[in-house]
Design a protein around this ligand. Structure first.
Ligand SMILES: C[S@@+](CC[C@H](N)C(=O)[O-])C[C@H]1O[C@@H](n2cnc3c(N)ncnc32)[C@H](O)[C@@H]1O
Length: 377
């Protein structure tokens, strides 16, 4: 008689995302066929190992994916240690000698995050019958502990290196944008992957490279490793199947994808990075002052991160406004600025605000002729 296959455990997963981008990440999870639920700083979703692997392989705007290991109430350290020791840490940490623990405590009797982290470590060590060490080393597995109203939520990182570290930033620049933020800008623009795409302040090329990866259907996690590959429950054939499917999906984009910058050095860096990202055949970078820029078609998407800071900021936004109003009238324009009002006294349509390095970053979007209509010079 054939034995029924045991139902796969439902995993509770959490995609960590920069605050303000939850909706964009939720949109990405929906397009992977998952049902996201937004929270502050991330999005929860459920699934099995397939969904865990898919999220790591495909999410462009998240910084990592966490797996819930346990949730319980604890009001004393003794209780905390003994509860932590009940969970199967050997699945995830069988080879680990050191772990990172990030704890936050709010409205709870156990309020000292350092002491909570130590007790969690003690509970895990008890379970594994060996002493683990706490470390800050980014290479070590990460456990995230959240205590709220005496309820302890324990999650383990499934990703390893931050998901936005895609590995293609081989050539540095003075103000490169994080890969997941660049991806968010492209998604917020609503680009259809058909019309021309352009970043006229491309710097090291992050926005253009992310756009090309999206249009080419190139999974951002295809060429890197993840923590879950070290776990005891790792399913190499499932993982290989998902990677093979992802490899088969890569195709040259239909759209013209362009980046330009006034600096020859930046353009060279962008080209190098595009090569490392394996999209160099799909994009074109040119040296060009934004003042001399002409659209390659009457309609397209201009998505950019203009230079900001002191005097220059005003110049760059005004320059962009002038060029867009004169020559990119029908284009969809998206740009970001740390300033809520980058063109003083001129109302612009803000479509998102998210946090980056402790700063608020504002995203503005509109049709060329509309967005900067009220600018006077
Ligand atoms: C904030 S950086 C862009 C960073 C880019 N998103 C990245 O990921 O590297 C702004 C860029 O604008 C360029 N820039 C400044 N003035 C310019 C102009 N008039 N025309 C074109 N590019 C200009 C700078 O060389 C710089 O690379």
């Amino acid at each position: 008689m054939e034995r029924a296959k045991p139902a796969e455990t439902v995993l509770e997963l959490f995609a960590v995302t920069p605050p303000g981008l939850e909706k964009v990440t939720a949109g990405e999870l929906s397009s992977l066929g998952l049902s996201p639920h937004m929270e502050a700083g991330g999005v929860t979703f459920r699934g099995g190992l397939r969904e865990l692997y898919l999220a790591n392989l495909w999410l462009r705007t998240a910084s990592r994916v966490l797996l819930k290991v346990a949730e319980f109430r604890a009001v004393s350290f003794r209780e905390l240690v003994s509860r932590v020791a009940r969970y199967p840490w050997e699945i995830y940490l069988s080879r680990a000698e050191k772990v990172r623990i990030r704890a936050t405590c709010r409205k709870s009797r156990l309020y000292h995050s350092g002491a909570v982290a130590e007790r969690v470590l003690k509970g895990i060590s008890a379970r594994l019958s060996r002493e683990l060490e706490l470390t800050k080393d980014e290479e070590a597995p990460l456990i995230v502990v959240r205590l709220f109203r005496d309820r302890v939520l324990l999650r383990i990182d499934t990703s390893g290196r931050d998901l936005f570290k895609r590995g293609y930033k081989v050539a540095p620049g003075p103000a490169p944008l994080r890969e997941n933020l660049a991806a968010a800008l492209v998604l917020l623009s609503g680009w259809d992957h058909r019309a021309p795409f352009l970043d006229p302040f491309c710097g090291t090329g992050t926005i253009v490279i992310e756009a090309a990866m999206m249009a080419a259907d190139l999974a951002p996690g295809l060429h890197r490793s993840f923590f879950f590959e070290e776990w005891r429950n790792f399913d190499p054939s499932l993982w290989e199947e998902l990677r093979a499917e992802a490899r088969a999906r890569v195709h040259p984009p239909e759209a013209l994808i362009l980046g330009s910058d006034i600096s020859a050095q930046a353009v060279e860096a962008a080209r190098e990075n595009a090569r490392a990202a394996r999209v160099d055949g799909f994009v074109r970078f040119e040296i060009c002052d934004v003042r001399d820029l002409h659209p390659p078609a009457p309609f397209g998407y201009l998505v950019t991160n203009p230079p900001y800071g002191e005097r220059l900021s005003k110049t760059a936004y005004h320059l962009l406004a002038r060029v867009v109003r004169e020559r990119f009238k029908d284009w969809v324009v998206v740009f970001l600025s740390p300033d809520k009002e980058p063109l003083k006294g001129v109302p612009l349509r803000r479509v998102a605000v998210f946090q980056h390095g402790g700063l608020d970053v504002n995203v503005f979007r509109g049709r060329g002729q509309e967005l900067f209509r009220k600018v006077r010079w």
